[in-house]
Design a protein around this ligand. Structure first.
Ligand SMILES: Cc1cc2nc3c(=O)[nH]c(=O)nc-3n(C[C@H](O)[C@H](O)[C@H](O)COP(=O)(O)O)c2cc1C
Length: 336
């Protein structure tokens, strides 16, 4: 028997979440974020249609890392039949490692909304309701959905949409406090998250502009949300989860990572991507840019990163940067 309470105890113990991020939240990044304290990590969004064609690239998005014993999978699509069937397939594949299935109702990308997927579903709430109901019926794990403040700028849809989702059987909602048509501009409206929290009894995951433990504390204080979800704040900064976790627990905050920590994490990230095989290592270009942001003497490295093709290429660039920093910053000269 399914109940909307399915995730309440879950989020009492797991309050720090890595958001679903297409092109970013793969097994390598999820591993690093979990190590730094993320309680739940989401896969990149997975196309239900792609799964229905047994598309290999789509299926690989469901690969789990060694030791990854819980994950949230995010599914997108607009056809209730396909969504329900593929949700059941995912559950069969991942078994107990699947903590819950999330439905993407917030993505604003043109190629997604043009098909009626992602945030476009906020404008078709009857269809969104049918999708949630069908997916809830098809699986035994809890089902959640992630959406935004609204679709068009100025159109407040989050509260009625959350109420609809709860009635349709969703066990939690994740709310990003921007309109879809704002994409990532402006700032996230946390009042929207607070309003949703007051309107539904299921857990509410707050999302938008959390980049530190202080931000997480402020969001929880303002919205009373049950869990905090971080996306861009984790780019090049998996340590954000340790900070958020400590802040929410009221314990001592970790020190900010040193430049050595950053280079070591970048190397580790590249290594994990390399182990995934194929062209995954090329993803490291953007991650390396993020790890290097703000580091001194990094302008040459930044230029070279864009032509790196292999793990050895990245390691060469990182080593050259290490030497440049050591030479250039007296504070960091190593004893000989
Ligand atoms: C590179 C990138 C990829 C994203 N991919 C997804 C996705 O696959 N599914 C989704 O629901 N949201 C996706 N988002 C949105 C984030 O999950 C999150 O809602 C948004 O970035 C706001 O949170 P933040 O302020 O912590 O970044 C993505 C965001 C970024 C920056």
């Amino acid at each position: 028997m399914k109940t909307n309470d399915a995730l309440r105890p879950f989020f009492e113990e797991r309050r720090v979440l890595l958001a679903p991020m297409a092109g970013v939240s793969d097994t390598a990044f999820r591993t690093l974020c979990r190590e730094q304290g993320a309680d739940v990590t989401y896969t990149e969004m997975v196309s239900a249609k792609g799964l229905s064609y047994a598309n290999e690239k789509t299926r690989r998005l469901l690969d789990l890392a060694d030791g990854e014993d819980i994950v949230a999978v995010q599914l997108f699509g607009h056809e209730p039949d396909v969504m329900a069937r593929e949700a059941a397939w995912i559950e069969g594949e991942l078994g107990e490692r699947l903590a819950y299935l999330d439905i993407n109702m917030g993505c604003p990308a043109r190629k997604i909304v043009s098909k009626g997927d992602g945030s476009k579903l906020m404008t078709t709430p009857d269809l969104a309701r049918e999708i949630i109901e069908r997916v809830v019926d098809a699986v035994s794990v809890p089902v959640t959905c992630k959406f935004r403040r609204g679709y068009a700028v100025g159109e407040e849809l989050a509260v009625p949409f959350a109420v609809m989702a709860e009635r349709a059987g969703a066990a939690a909602v994740a709310v990003h406090g921007r309109y879809a048509m704002q994409y990532y501009s402006g700032s996230a409206d946390w009042d929207t998250i607070a309003e949703v929290k007051r309107a539904v009894a299921i857990p509410v995951i707050g999302n938008g502009d959390v980049r530190s433990g202080d931000d997480a504390l402020a969001m929880v204080k303002k919205t009373c949300c049950d869990a905090v979800m971080v996306a861009r704040g984790a780019e090049g900064n998996p340590w954000v989860f340790a900070d958020v976790k400590a802040a929410l627990a009221g314990s001592d905050r970790p020190k900010a990572p040193s430049w050595e920590d950053r280079l070591a994490m970048a190397h580790r990230h590249a290594d994990l991507l390399d182990r995934r095989g194929g062209k995954n290592i090329v993803r490291m270009r953007k991650h390396a840019m993020w790890y290097l942001a703000g580091l001194p003497h990094a302008s040459v490295a930044r230029k070279e990163i864009n032509s790196c093709q292999t793990l050895a290429d990245f390691d060469r660039v990182l080593e050259a940067l290490r030497l440049a920093i050591e030479k250039g910053c007296e504070d960091h000269v190593r004893p000989v």
